[in-house]
Each structure stands twice: as C-alpha cells, then as structure tokens.
Ligand binder design. Structure first.
Ligand code: HQG
Length: 181
C-alpha cells in the first residue's frame, strides 16, 4: 500500500469511527469500538478496499496514532477527535505547566472574547509541542500558537485528560488562562 492510499483510507476511517458510522451502516458501541470484521466488510462494500493486513499497517504506522485495536484485536476505535457521543473512559490527569493550541489568526479576536471552545468535538485539543500545535492550526489557514497556562487552570480545579495518542483534552479554556502575547 502506498502512502497516498494509506492516507485516503485513514481519512475514511476517521470519518466512520469518529463522526458518521451510519455512512457505511457501521455499529459503534458506547465506548466507540467497532468490530474489525464488520468494519472491513462494510468498507469493502463501499468501495474502500481493506483487509486485516492493510488495517493493521494503518493502525501501526499512522502518523498520529489515530486508531487503536482492542487487546484481542477484535475491535478498533479512534483514540480521540470524535463528534459522536462516545465514552472513551479517559481518566483525568495532571497536565504539564504549559500546553499549546494552534489556531487560524482570524479566530483570535473571537478566542480573546469567548475562550477556546470545543465546537463539534468532545474537548478542546491542546498539544505539548509548539510545532504540533502549529501544524494543527495551519489546517485552517495562516496560523498562530497560543500558550495556555494549564498549571493555573489545574490549580483552579479545571480537569484535563490525555488521549492514548498523547493529545491533551479539556472542556473549555477561559480567556484569562491564554497568553495572546
Ligand atoms: C477554533 C486534529 C473562534 C479552534 C488535530 C480550532 C487536533 C475558535 C477550531 C484535533 C474558538 C476547531 C482537533 C473561538 C476554538 N472562536 N474559533 N472561541 N474556540 N476555536 O478541528 O483543535 O488530525 O475541532 O482554534 O490534530 O483544530 O483529526 O479542533 O481551529 O488534535 O487526528 O475552532 O484534530 O486531529 O477545530 O483540532 P477542530 P482543532 P486529527
């Protein structure tokens, strides 16, 4: 499988495992798991050629570890980024002192006023690395990186979680914790 095909399939998996399983009539359980066999069968019947080897290659080599198999390899789910209501069972965790959020420059005025909102997703996503945050923000145009005083948020009782692929998650970041420079 070349990298172009892997990317195309990975994007399709993000769609059906995070947002629209109904597109291929796939069932996810409450924790967001799909049965591997069913996923493969339904992808194939929707013109996405997939087998266990290809799926394993995508799960193992995905640049952001977007997907994970259950320990028995019978099930698969997305590690984060859902708009569907699923319970990933994440445990709260103390964040590093600072975390970063990349966003398009055009969003800054609104973020200054309203803070960071989770939008369609379950949580606001924060990165531990500025370069990762810049990449995330650049998906929407000319971007900038905001520094979030997560230590203070945590001390003020706001909760943090970390997805299995290392993304930091929180419900909302009020403007007072954001350094706009
Ligand atoms: C912005 C990708 C105006 C926010 C990435 C972002 C990440 C506001 C956009 C994951 C705002 C939401 C999530 C406000 C927030 N006013 N704009 N008050 N508050 N925003 O895609 O964080 O590749 O839902 O800055 O790597 O960009 O899919 O969130 O620009 O981890 O695995 O509203 O998605 O992961 O956009 O990205 P998103 P995000 P994957």
């Amino acid at each position: 499988m070349d990298s172009k095909e892997a990317k195309r399939i990975s994007k399709f998996l993000s769609l059906v495992l995070r947002h629209k399983p109904e597109q291929i009539d796939l069932k996810l359980d409450n924790a967001g798991w799909a049965m591997v066999e069913e996923l493969i069968e339904k992808c194939n019947s929707h013109s996405i050629a997939l087998d266990v080897d290809k799926l394993t290659e995508i799960v193992d080599n995905n640049d952001k570890k977007r997907f994970v198999f259950s320990s028995d390899k019978q099930k698969i789910r997305a590690n984060q980024g859902h708009s569907l209501q699923v319970d990933l069972g994440l445990e709260q965790k103390e964040p590093p002192v600072l975390l970063y959020h990349g966003t398009a420059i055009r969003n800054i005025d609104s973020i200054k006023e309203k803070g960071l909102l989770k939008g369609e997703r379950h949580h606001v996503h924060l990165s531990a690395q500025t370069d990762v945050a810049m990449q995330v923000g650049s998906r929407y145009g000319k971007a900038t990186v905001l520094t979030v005083n997560t230590d203070l948020m945590y001390k003020d009782g706001l909760l943090f979680y970390q997805s299995e692929n290392g993304v930091w998650l929180t419900d909302y970041v009020p403007p007072k914790y954001i350094d706009f420079k």
